[in-house]
Design a protein around this ligand. Structure first.
Ligand code: ZN
Length: 256
């Protein structure tokens, strides 16, 4: 059971397992965290964290960057088998996706793994937390074709004309603290309705010299509220309603 009145902030995409236990304890006091994983090992860590702390919504996944780099293609397939065996404990697959920008060399392997994971999400009514750098259209079409019930397109910086498709499919995008200096991302924020937006940190990733993390979310709220002309308290309410809609769709118990 998730008590949304217990928290102020939402971090809809964070690699929480990379932080120390003490620090996680601090973070989850005021933030509900959608905790993504990168491979089998981190997936297990994330599940364990969610058992220890409230306000952690865990995801298991295989990050497109690790396939054929940190783990072999065979290991990625093995992780998928493991997820299938433990499917009753899983509500979110993430971080999963395709990246033709940083990992063009492994695209063929990424596609096979991603298609398998998408199938699992569709068959089991799971949320997918996706990375789609350079592949936005391809990823959205794959989700749509397979009837994936609900998706978060993390750090969305894809085509502006896709925003209406994302909205009509009932999917969401996340806005990252880099929105203050990443021009394309700021345009996405301007053109997207609040009803499809969630906040995220992608912590502890470092982007253009800025160490990202959940502690930046209050500041991000400030940026979004001034950009959209909405009071912070109202914005926080809208973000929680968006999370509640996701939880309802997934059959996850919550109170608002
Ligand atoms: Zn990430």
């Amino acid at each position: 059971m998730y008590n949304l009145s217990d928290v102020t902030y939402i971090d809809a995409h964070c690699h929480l397992y990379e932080y120390s236990t003490d620090y996680i304890g601090e973070l989850v006091k005021d933030t509900l965290i959608f905790a993504v994983s990168d491979d089998l090992d981190s997936s297990n860590k994330t599940i364990n964290i969610s058992r220890k702390f409230n306000n952690v919504f865990p995801g298991v996944g295989i990050h497109p960057w690790v396939i054929g780099h940190d783990i072999s293609f065979r290991e990625a397939l093995g992780a998928i088998d493991y997820f299938r065996e433990h499917i009753d404990k899983i509500k979110m697959l993430g971080e999963i996706g395709l990246d033709s920008y940083f990992r063009r060399d492994t695209m063929d392997k990424q596609v096979i793994i991603f298609k398998e994971l998408v199938k699992i999400a569709a068959e089991n009514n799971l949320l997918v937390n996706v990375h789609a750098l350079g592949t936005w259209r391809m990823v959205l079409e794959e989700l749509y074709r397979n009837d994936v019930p609900i998706a978060i397109l993390h750090w969305y910086s894809g085509p502006i004309n896709m925003i209406k498709d994302i909205e009509s499919l009932g999917y969401y995008i996340t806005i990252n603290p880099s929105v203050d200096f990443q021009r394309k991302h700021k345009e996405v924020l301007r053109k997207s309705p609040l009803s499809i937006i969630l906040t995220e940190s992608d912590g502890p990733y470092e982007y253009r010299g800025r160490k990202l993390g959940p502690s930046l979310i209050p500041w991000l709220i400030h940026i979004i509220s001034s950009e959209k002309g909405i009071e912070s308290v109202e914005l926080i309410k809208v973000l929680k309603e968006n999370v509640a809609r996701i939880f309802r769709r997934l059959g996850v118990k919550y109170v608002l």
